[in-house]
Design a protein around this ligand. Structure first.
Ligand SMILES: Cc1cc2nc3c(=O)[nH]c(=O)nc-3n(C[C@H](O)[C@H](O)[C@H](O)COP(=O)(O)OP(=O)(O)OC[C@H]3O[C@@H](n4cnc5c(N)ncnc54)[C@H](O)[C@@H]3O)c2cc1C
Length: 376
């Protein structure tokens, strides 16, 4: 049996980005994906255009809209309308097309795809990994990339990512037609959702609506939220394709590498715990993991520890503050809306954070102090 340099488990945004960069660097890569064909994933598709810098090919075929204006509301009232600064455009991608594009580029660069391949067992012996599928197929590799998303059993099993998982509870709806939403306009609703928020992002001929709660353990009553939100957006309350998902969000600094193994994207719990931004860290971690694996496979470095270090510096340090902001904001969202979202500088700050121009650390202490003082 031939031995691959790298087996990538999961062909989502994180896995396919990793596979592209590794194959492009000349490594033998096999991507193992459980589910065949494009499918609608529970994802709003909001993504800063700054991610383009990490790819030598054009991502625009996956882009359905460019956001220029953000409308905020509190219980469907008290609107705040904000123009986004031109220098930090925010894209809405169709997830199925983004994942397909990244995978196609990885295959063009030389990666092979095995699908359906539902990974059921991963073993290390004699410095090599053996990966088995539910159907009894086997593959051997020098390194493994864990990229199987929020439900990954492997990151925990191999001690990658936070020991205590923090799960945001989400419901997403894909709708045909724009309803009352306009192209180029994203909508965020606070107040209707206990401990979280709802969003509506325009696609070309449709919209993605999502509801998420970010703190607390009580199950979210998303249907009640949708009963109010969907008619406000111009749709019947029961419209659209609905998908529930438990989303792993960042929950503390933790190792993201092991011996010949790394975790990327949701499997590594990288998603922003305040705004649920998961695509940028998925793509960033894919690129950084590939850079580190490339050096390790060439014997330039003895371990994959640099990957954990770089992700902590580039992402985790900001998320540590994002987590603190989420804990205060979602406990006192009314105060947060009045003192945070309604500030004239807020939309620009949010855009700068989502584009990577700023980290939460740059604003956190002021934001938290303001929220706590006002509450007192
Ligand atoms: C409702 C909702 C809305 C969101 N909106 C946004 C947004 O607007 N912007 C944003 O940036 N982020 C958003 N996110 C977060 C974002 O969707 C995730 O962070 C992103 O999907 C992470 O990509 P990934 O590649 O890590 O995981 P995934 O996209 O989940 O990919 C994992 C892949 O692994 C495969 N797989 C799983 N198990 C196995 C196995 N055993 N063997 C083989 N393959 C396997 C799966 O089939 C899947 O294709 C949202 C999330 C939710 C739930």
């Amino acid at each position: 049996m031939s031995v691959y340099d790298v087996a990538v488990i999961g062909a989502g945004a994180a896995g396919s980005a990793t596979a592209f960069h590794l194959a492009n660097a000349g490594h033998r890569v096999s991507v193992l994906e459980a589910v065949e064909g494009p499918r609608i994933k529970p994802c709003g598709g909001g993504m800063a255009s700054s991610v383009q810098q990490w790819f030598p090919f054009d991502l625009s075929p996956a882009v359905d809209d460019v956001i220029r204006q953000v409308d905020f509301s509190w219980c469907l009232n008290d609107p705040v309308i904000a123009e986004l600064p031109g220098e930090a455009p925010f894209w809405i991608v169709r997830r199925e097309r983004l994942d397909g594009l990244l995978l196609e580029k990885a295959q063009e660069a030389g990666a092979t795809l095995q699908c359906p391949f539902l990974v059921q067992d991963i073993d290390r012996d004699d410095g090599q990994w053996t990966i088995r599928s539910a159907c009894g197929n086997t593959l051997k590799s020098k390194a493994v990339v864990i990229a199987d998303g929020s439900a990954s059993p492997w990151s925990g099993q191999f001690g990658l990512g936070p020991r205590d998982l923090h799960l945001a509870s989400t419901l997403s709806v894909r709708l045909d037609g724009l309803g009352t939403l306009h192209p180029g306009v994203a909508r965020f609703e606070f107040g209707l959702v206990h401990h979280g928020f709802a969003w509506a992002f325009p696609l070309n001929g449709g919209i993605n609506v999502g509801v998420g709660t970010f703190i607390g353990r009580n199950p979210m009553d998303a249907e009640t939220v949708l009963n109010a939100l969907l008619p406000d957006l111009g749709f019947p309350a029961d419209a659209g394709l609905r998908q529930q998902a438990a989303l792993r969000v960042w929950n503390g600094h933790s190792p993201l590498h092991g011996n010949g193994m790394v975790a990327v994207g949701d499997a590594a719990s990288l998603c922003d715990p305040f705004l649920a931004e998961g695509l940028r860290p998925a793509l960033m971690s894919g690129c950084e993991a590939a850079t580190c694996l490339d050096r390790w496979l060439r014997n330039d470095v003895p371990s994959l520890a640099d990957y954990t270090t770089v992700m902590r510096h580039r992402w985790g340090d900001s998320m540590a503050w994002g987590r603190r902001i989420a804990q205060v904001f979602y406990r006192f969202p009314g105060v947060g809306y009045q003192l945070g979202i309604k500030r004239p500088t807020a939309p620009r700050r949010i855009a700068q954070i989502l584009s990577g121009e700023m980290g939460y650390g740059d604003i956190a202490q002021r934001v938290i102090r303001r929220l706590l003082l006002q509450r007192g």
